[in-house]
Write a protein of this length. Structure first.
Length: 295
């Protein structure tokens, strides 16, 4: 693992805004050991989405996954969520094998309009998961109000989804995830469809929310700058779902895209993605050498 360490020492801002779970960390670890995922193709062939992937995500960290289209980013998120099963390898959450979806993992999607229920108010949307879980009406109303306040929407609770802007709708979706107090928040390009200013605002708010909730975040993105800005660790994926590099970003928050260290990380990740041939994992190099020798 390559660590990118800046000159400054990371510090934590004192938080005075609302916190979930009494301010205690709810983050869970994720261990991925030799994970592979293949899909059946025509004529009995198969397509490899992820190959021999090994990653350890520490509790309470933001872990960004980045790479070219088709490199297995969303497949990895679906595997951690329990929506799909791996072809080989192990996937552990908090030391337990993932055998399906669970309440300890919640997904925030890019398609917010397809995720929220337009016939319900923001408050009712946030309450929905708690209602399904059998939480009392009084408790779920209180927890939903707290979650909406946490994402900066205390005045929007009685508004319907269609009355909210795209950025506000995404914050409602995040509140609906946070109200369940998950150990792991899975985010699949959640800000990709938003305009630059709204995206920048939500990136800043996500860093703040992370400090106040302590959840482990797995954040899939195609935006290199976004990954460098948000991530404690950035995993750069290459072809066939292999890990090209893990970059640890030890930098004081809040961060800015113009920070010297962030600019350096962006340049490194750009090089890794644009020139993948010279950064192929060693395991892949050995396999290619063996194939060449056999030929």
């Amino acid at each position: 693992m390559e660590a990118m360490v800046p000159m400054s020492t990371p510090t934590r801002r004192e938080q005075t805004r609302p916190r979930l779970d009494n301010g205690q960390s709810t983050g869970l670890s994720v261990e991925i050991r030799g994970l592979s995922k293949s899909y059946a193709a025509s004529l009995g062939a198969s397509t490899t989405a992820i190959e021999d992937l090994s990653i350890t995500m520490q509790p309470g960290t933001i872990n960004c996954i980045i790479g070219p289209s088709g490199c297995g980013k969303t497949t990895l998120l679906n595997l951690v969520a329990g929506f799909e099963k791996a072809s080989r390898g192990q996937l552990l959450v908090d030391g337990r094998q993932v055998d399906g979806a669970g309440s300890d993992r919640v997904v925030v999607f890019q398609d917010v309009q397809g995720s929220l229920m337009p016939w319900l108010t923001a408050q009712r949307n946030v309450e929905f998961g708690l209602k399904v879980a059998g939480v009392s009406k009084r408790e779920r109303a209180e927890r939903a109000r707290e979650a909406l306040a946490l994402v900066g929407l205390p005045e929007a609770r009685d508004k319907f989804v269609f009355e909210l802007s795209g950025g506000m709708q995404q914050r409602v979706q995040i509140a609906r995830a946070l109200v369940l107090q998950p150990g792991i928040l899975l985010m699949d390009e959640p800000f990709g469809a938003l305009d630059y200013l709204t995206r920048s605002l939500l990136q800043e708010q996500l860093q703040d929310l992370h400090e106040r909730t302590g959840a482990t975040i797995l954040f899939v993105t195609h935006d290199i700058g976004e990954a460098a800005l948000l991530g404690d660790f950035v995993y750069v994926m290459g072809t066939r779902g292999q890990l090209t590099r893990c970059i640890e970003i030890v930098s004081e928050r809040p961060r800015k895209v113009t920070d010297r260290h962030i600019v350096e990380v962006v340049e490194e990740m750009t090089d890794l993605i644009l020139d993948p041939i010279s950064h192929v994992p060693q395991s892949a190099n050995r396999t290619r050498a063996q194939e060449a020798g056999a030929a």
